[in-house]
Design a binder for this molecule. Structure first.
Ligand SMILES: *[C@@H]1O[C@H](CO)[C@@H](O)[C@H](O)[C@H]1NC(C)=O
Length: 128
């Protein structure tokens, strides 16, 4: 049996300045996924003049039920699907990194939130 889940995508940027950030380029908002399936999350780095040092990202999954008032990822990230370094590379002029995550087996029918919490340092010089 395939149970359908509905993903509402949001992103949340931690310690990101105005012109510096990321966006979730894939999957598309509203994509339907099933529990325990693999999902590719494409995290694009937005162009910026300011130099930055990437530190890490966390990808979280949160059940939201019917309908879908999702809390801010600032309040609740949910289950952590990925936690680690973010090293976007250029593909046809677009800087991004793909992450393959698995939708948790405890995903419930209804909507869910996929969030990406991004941590980077803006306008700094690295001596290491
Ligand atoms: C990254 O994932 C997206 C969405 O699935 C896909 O279109 C793209 O080809 C992938 N890029 C690489 C380098 O695998």
């Amino acid at each position: 049996m395939v149970l359908l889940r509905y993903l509402v995508l949001m992103e949340y940027l931690v310690l990101s300045a105005l012109a510096q950030g990321i966006r979730i380029a894939a999957p598309a908002n509203g994509m339907i996924v099933s529990a325990e399936s693999e999902l590719t999350v494409e995290v694009q780095k937005l162009n910026s003049i300011a130099s930055s040092i990437e530190v890490a990202i966390v990808i979280g999954f949160l059940n939201c039920g019917f309908p879908a008032p999702s809390p801010s990822p600032m309040d609740e990230v949910g289950a952590v699907l990925f936690n680690g370094p973010y090293h976007p590379t250029l593909h046809n002029g677009v800087g991004y990194q793909n992450f393959t995550v698995v939708i948790p087996e405890f995903a419930l029918p209804g909507s869910a939130q996929l969030s990406v919490v991004h941590f980077n340092l803006i306008g700094v010089a690295s001596l290491v």
